[in-house]
Design a protein around this ligand. Sequence first.
Ligand SMILES: Nc1nc2c(ncn2[C@@H]2O[C@H](COP(=O)(O)OP(=O)(O)OP(=O)(O)O)[C@@H](O)[C@H]2O)c(=O)[nH]1
Ligand SMILES: [Zn+2]
Length: 198
Amino acid sequence: MTKVELGPDGKPVVPEEVLGAVRTLIEWAGDDPSREGLLDTPKRVARAWLEYCQGYADDPAIHLSRTFEEVGGYDEIVMLRDIPFQSHCEHHMAPITGKASIAYLPKDRVVGISKLARVLNGYARRLQVQERLTAEVAKCIWDNLQPHGVAVVIDAQHGCMTGRGVRTPGVGMVTSRLLGSFLDDERSRKEVLALMGY
Ligand SMILES: Nc1nc2c(ncn2[C@@H]2O[C@H](COP(=O)(O)OP(=O)(O)OP(=O)(O)O)[C@@H](O)[C@H]2O)c(=O)[nH]1
Ligand SMILES: [Zn+2]
């Protein structure tokens, strides 16, 4: 990721070529980038995209580096259900809006529960396809916590299918990645999917 400089107002400085690119897009789309309402738009758009893509500056594995072992012998499923998130599809840079359920079956140690949502955001705030997002979140938890099982299910709507193209508002894309005991053991798989509400 390009190093971002902060201006005196504490906001990111936007290079002239980025401003120019947004101006060109506005013009190409049919509007006049020099009219008053659009004058500051390139700067806002550029800064907004830095936020949408904040994940490039994040190493999601770091969020899983602090674990706790004293959990009273708890060795059942730990889950964050229906975490709302936003991402952007890498094909159209259109919003992907949805919810993710993330579960793992701990082996000896657990992680602070907010960290699962942080891992999700670290990968979601990039240009994505939903399949890769699902797989990356699962792999990060699998590699770093080395649990007995990991399950990630994402249900999301794609702006490129609602606001344009095929225009099918309301349709959800569902993806899942199950690893370890959630993949191998039918009883565990059924239990985790039932807890997620599937
Ligand atoms: N598998 C998958 N497809 C996605 C995702 N996000 C967007 N897409 C699809 O990416 C595809 C890109 O297809 P193209 O034919 O190259 O692009 P397009 O002409 O804009 O396609 P339409 O959206 O059908 O108008 C579309 O079918 C999108 O629905 C995603 O996360 N996963
Ligand atoms: Zn798309």
